[in-house]
Design a protein around this ligand. Structure first.
Ligand SMILES: Nc1ncnc2c1ncn2[C@@H]1O[C@H](COP(=O)(O)OP(=O)(O)O)[C@@H](O)[C@H]1O
Length: 175
């Protein structure tokens, strides 16, 4: 019997609350949080620079290679805005966080983003870009959309995700 802990992806537009929620979930479950942006920065996993967006372009192949071992061991909470470049076998559940556009606007302004960047991200949220990306990339049975505007909703989302992982671990142990 192979007991592998599930790996989950928390995705959604920048500012929806992925890191905050991911940290709490990982702490509560003793899982390892992997923030792909931080991982790319720490290990210089870049493949050029996007002048228009003024950001580094991550090297997707090297990110995948770096993640392989942890994924195989299980118990990773991966935090990234995109979802379509990971192999589908990586994740047993994909949680897409959603946020009201005015709330998101305020969060991104507080982060010091310029108007263009705020506009781009708010539009991305309104147009369901990252929700659709997740829906097109994974089986609908494993994609869960969670509204994350308020701290009350966040607590509910923490419970939804931790319950899901505990149920899944229970199933695996019994099989
Ligand atoms: N459910 C929530 N209710 C209120 N504030 C939140 C919530 N989730 C996140 N925040 C706040 O919004 C900001 C962005 O959250 P963060 O986790 O950094 O987003 P992301 O990782 O998706 O970019 C932070 O200041 C965080 O404290």
């Amino acid at each position: 019997m192979v007991i592998t802990r599930p790996n989950i992806l928390i995705t959604g537009t920048p500012g929806v609350g992925k890191s905050t929620l991911g940290e709490e979930v990982a702490d509560l479950l003793g899982m390892e949080l992997v923030n792909i942006n931080e991982m790319a920065k720490e290990q210089n996993l870049y493949d050029g620079y996007d002048d228009e967006r003024q950001c580094h372009i991550i090297d997707e192949d090297r990110i995948i290679d770096e993640l392989e071992e942890g994924i195989e061991e299980g118990g990773l909470v991966v935090d990234y805005h995109g979802s379509n470049f990971f192999p589908i076998r990586f994740f047993q559940a994909v949680f897409v966080l959603r946020c009201d556009n005015t709330v998101l606007y305020d969060r991104l302004a507080a982060r010091g983003y310029n108007d263009k960047k705020i506009q781009e991200n708010v539009e991305c949220e309104i147009m369901n870009v990252l929700r659709d990306e997740a829906a097109e990339s994974y089986d609908s049975k494993i994609v869960f959309e969670l509204q994350n505007d308020t701290t009350e909703q966040m607590e509910k989302n923490v419970k939804t995700i931790t319950d899901w992982v505990r149920d899944r671990q229970g199933d695996t142990m019994e099989s």
